[in-house]
Write a protein that binds this ligand. Sequence first.
Ligand code: RFL
Ligand code: PHB
Length: 428
Amino acid sequence: MMRTRTQVGIVGAGPAGLLLAHLLARRGIESVLIEIRSREYCEARQRAGVLEDGSVSLLRGAGVGDRLDRQGLEHGGIYLQFGGERHHIDFRDLTGGRTVTVYAQTEVVKDLIARRLADRGGDAIRFSVSDTEVAELDSDRPVLRYTDADGTRHEVICDAIAGCDGFHGICRPAIPAGALTVWERDYPYAWLGILADIPPSTDELIYAHHPAGFALHSLRSPTVSRLYLQVDPDERIETWSDERIWAELARRFELPGWTLQQGPVLDKSITPMRSFVSAPMRHGRLFLAGDAAHIVPPTGAKGLNLALADVAVLAPALEALLHGDGEPAASYSDSCLARVWRSTHFSWWMTTMLHRTPGADEMEQQLQLSQLRYVVSSRAAATSLAENYTGFVPLPTGPLSTGPAPTGAPPSGAPPTGAPPVQAERSQ
Ligand code: RFL
Ligand code: PHB
């Protein structure tokens, strides 16, 4: 067994764990970041695509926004399609100029991995570990254990541990059941997602309500499209040939005078949908962030944004804790949960408005259609969607970095996170 010491042990190299390691390094705080998957797997895992303004500012302010600024696609709205019509929701107009940026989670992950490796070298992220354990969470010296890719068992004594290991990780289950309150909802829907080597057939994302089920047209770049179809949660991917997927997408997006361009399918997978919140997001010296603490259905495009926002709050809270001030760490959970619940509600609302519930009566569809007509015809209702979609609860403001930056990193005292404008400026 190899025994070592660090300040913060971080479990999971998804967006939350990677950004946390980077934000801590900018504050002069050392961490050990472990990940059960390989680097290749982490960089290829197809997931989210939409960043709120606040997330873009956060990544930019943290000095990891160069490629995002070059390749991210700024979107000023979305289309809502229902009843054979497509309606534009203009975020810029409704929110006083706010937008979202389409930039794949895979690219955020690649940028953060490259940056950690450039700043810290090859052992910045320990990929392909196994048998991760966290212990002594109630003490001032929590312990992280894992076996590395060569089979060596490690024990890392930490000042704090960040559980950034996603919904199926080991950190949340390490908290005694009685110490957590959990709220959970499973939906009778899943998304079949494809990545397609074809330019997007649309200038903005299309969220389509259809009697056969929901469909979403998103994109990854000017030449690659990302599309989703609502399917049953027990659906098997093998029963969906590329031809069947394209035919179903064409049916759900059908609009006179518009054609869905079809191309080679590069990736396909099925994801069940769930809302889940567990609180508090801290137990002793273990802090949960991102999907480890909460899951939203993807219809609101919030999961990645919540993960990034959590660690923007956690990094300064850990810094204060390590310097003897436990107050920000004590309020970490409450600060995050306000945003988490707003996004949980918005994601639930978008999901239930747009999906077909198997076995539901005709009335459900009429209620959904009435809500959709209201959203596209009332400025107040459209503004509510727009301000939630672009990010309603501002990220924490203030300098991202107060401590010394590691060699090679940008100077400390980084620009503020650039939180979205205050609410008063946003309302029309
Ligand atoms: P992740 O990305 O799941 O990363 C957790 C990492 O922890 C590792 N891990 C462990 N490592 C060490 N030891 C263990 N015992 C471990 N157990 C697990 C895992 O291998 C993994 O690398 O969580 P994180 O960082 O909290 O990030 C959350 C986001 O990934 C997630 O919320 C989003 O992808 C959700 N989401 C979307 N979010 C958005 O903001 N906008 C979107 O447009 C959006 N679209 C989506 C989505 C999620 C989707 N799926 C597949 C769930 C679309 C889809 C289809
Ligand atoms: C995506 O591009 O993957 C995406 C976009 C919007 C969503 C969910 C996923 O609501």
